[in-house]
Every structure is written in C-alpha cells, then in structure tokens.
Design a protein around this ligand. Structure first.
Ligand code: SF4
Ligand code: SF4
Length: 318
C-alpha cells in the first residue's frame, strides 16, 4: 500500500561508517585544504530538469512534485548546472574526491570506522549527511526516506520517520537541526561561488564541443553517474588570477602529484584487474598536472589584474 512521505525524520549517527563507502563531494576550497588526503577531480553529469507532476516513489511512500517543488529544485540546480547546446540539455559541473572503487571506502575513513578529519573539520557535505544540499529544504524528508531505504545505508538505522529522537532533523517542510542546516547552506554558497570561478570555464569548453558535434559531446557524459576529468582547467583559471593564487595552485599540484603516485603504487601492489581503469585515469591526471605546473610557473611573476583576485585569494587561501 502506498502512503505519503512522512514529513518529519529523526537522525542519530552512531559513526558506523556505512555511508562513508566512497570519497565525498568537496568544494575546490576543501580539496585545497585536504590536498594530502583526497585526489581532486571535476565531475560532469547530466542534469535533467525536475518537472511538476513528476512522481517520486520510495518503499511504501509516494508523492507528486508540485510547481513550487519544481521551481525550488530549479533554483538549486542553477548553483551547479549549465545549459549546453540548443536542445535544452543541461550538465552539472562540480568538484569531487575520487579513488579506486575497489577500496570500497572513503580515503578518510580510519580502520576503527571513524572519520580521520573529524577533529580538523569534516567536509560540509559530510556534516550535512544524511541531508542533500542539492535538494530543496522542503523535499529533504524525501531524501531521508530514500536514504533510509538506500543500498549504502541499509542496516545503518540512523534515520527514522517521525520525531522519536530529539531533536528532529527535518520537520514541517524544513531542516530543524542547526548544524546540519548551516552545513547545507555553506555547501550551497561554495557551489555558487565556485560555479563562477571554476565551473563556467569547464562549461564554456563543453559548449564548444557541443557546438561542433552535439551527439558526440553528449555521449561523453554518462546517463547515470558522472564523468571525471582533471582539475587542471580550474587550476589554470584560478592560477591566472594572481601570482599568489598561481603559487597556491603549484603547491596543490605538488601535493596531488605525490598523493596520486602513492595511490598508484599501492594499486600496483594489489594487482587487481578492476583497478586498471582508475590507474589509467590517474596517470593521465599526473601528465595534465605536470603540464599545468609548467604553465602556472610561467604565470607566477605576472598578475593579470583580475578584478576579483583579492576576493578569490581570501576565499581559497583561508
Ligand atoms: S550510515 Fe548513518 S550511523 Fe552510519 S556513519 Fe553514516 S550517518 Fe552515521
Ligand atoms: S570525509 Fe569522513 S565523514 Fe566524509 S565520507 Fe570520508 S570518512 Fe566519511
């Protein structure tokens, strides 16, 4: 029997680590901060629009999305999506940590099941867990219902319908818990900022690909999941803003180069066939990073007078 989604959910994390089964989405600023922990990449995915009247069903729950839901989803999508081509195709461009899928866990998950970043501050996406910052507040109860049934979370039992645990995480169409709400808002602000400073340069390149051959360009973005590319286009864009940022990006490249080499060496020791595609991807990243380092080194003593350079330095160097 189908029933409406419960409007309130409670949450209590027991640090079981079940949801830490892959590296999280991080802003570029967070990737800079955790340069020795996470391999950074740009994630490109298709972003079909959410439409009013769309049916959402999870377990025994079902709802129809309203006009208000659709416009709230659309407003959040504008934080990370770009319209590409003449047929209304949209793609999402965000930054992400990546790793070998065979590890089956986030790089920052310690053997005791706890997050190694807890003391220094977890990424905002992780503080917001189990909420999804890319979904409007008024639909977070749907996210929680989906996650309470979702594969990666099954058996975690940290999400419960109703307000049995105090305080509730979501209730009455909004996020109740203050720390989770603040993390969701920080994540959205980071997406909005980095959309202009990093995402747009990637989207412009993709638009050129679409203009040349739309079918081929679209085929390069998977229908499910995401395509990852090196962070190099974003690093070159940021590094060109000022000598300080060029040096910052060079420091990041050096740390990433060492981290990627260590991870490849460990994968070679594991001798798993399914690690090979990621090893190829990471080797391509190493080549791209080395070329970008040379370009940034030649920019290091110049300033292109970018009007927002100081703002970008404050944002990325904090
Ligand atoms: S699955 Fe739930 S209880 Fe386990 S670490 Fe994640 S949020 Fe915490
Ligand atoms: S950074 Fe920490 S909290 Fe986030 S997924 Fe990794 S281990 Fe889990």
């Amino acid at each position: 029997m189908v029933s409406p989604f419960p409007h309130a959910f409670s949450f209590e994390c027991t640090a079981c680590g079940k949801c830490c089964n892959s590296p999280p989405a991080l802003s570029l600023r967070e990737l800079f901060r955790y340069r020795d922990v996470f391999i950074g990449a740009i994630a490109i995915s298709r972003a079909p629009p959410v439409r009013a009247g769309q049916r959402v069903r999870t377990g025994p729950y079902e709802t129809l999305l309203s006009d208000e839901h659709a416009s709230a989803c659309d407003a959040l999508a504008r934080l990370h999506t770009f319209s590409i081509g003449a047929h209304g195709d949209s793609i999402s461009v965000t930054t992400q940590a990546i790793d070998y899928a065979s590890s089956g866990r986030c790089t920052a998950l310690a053997d005791d099941g706890l997050c190694r970043l807890h003391a220094d501050g977890k990424p905002d996406q992780c503080i917001a867990v189990p909420l999804d910052p890319l979904v409007p507040d008024r639909l977070q109860h749907v996210v929680l219902a989906q996650r309470s049934f979702g594969e990666g979370w099954l058996g975690a039992q940290c999400i419960e319908p109703g307000e049995r645990r105090e305080p509730a995480l979501v209730a009455n169409g909004g996020i109740v818990a203050n720390d989770a709400k603040a993390a969701v808002e920080r994540r959205r602000r980071a997406l909005a900022t980095e959309r202009e400073w990093c995402g747009r340069t990637i989207a412009d390149a993709l638009r050129r690909d679409f203009a040349a051959d739309p079918r081929r360009a679209l085929a390069q973005v998977p229908e499910n999941g995401y395509r990852t590319i090196s962070l190099v286009p974003a690093l070159l864009f940021i590094g060109a803003m000022s000598p300080v940022l060029a040096r910052h990006c060079i420091g990041y490249i050096d740390a990433q180069t060492a981290l990627i080499r260590r991870n490849i060496a460990r994968a070679i020791e594991r001798r798993r066939l399914d690690d090979r595609p990621m090893t190829q991807t990471l080797r391509a990243f190493l080549d791209a990073l080395a070329r970008a380092r040379e370009q940034l080194a030649s920019m290091r003593t110049q300033s292109n007078g970018w009007p927002l350079a100081k703002e970008a330095e404050t944002y990325f160097l904090c």
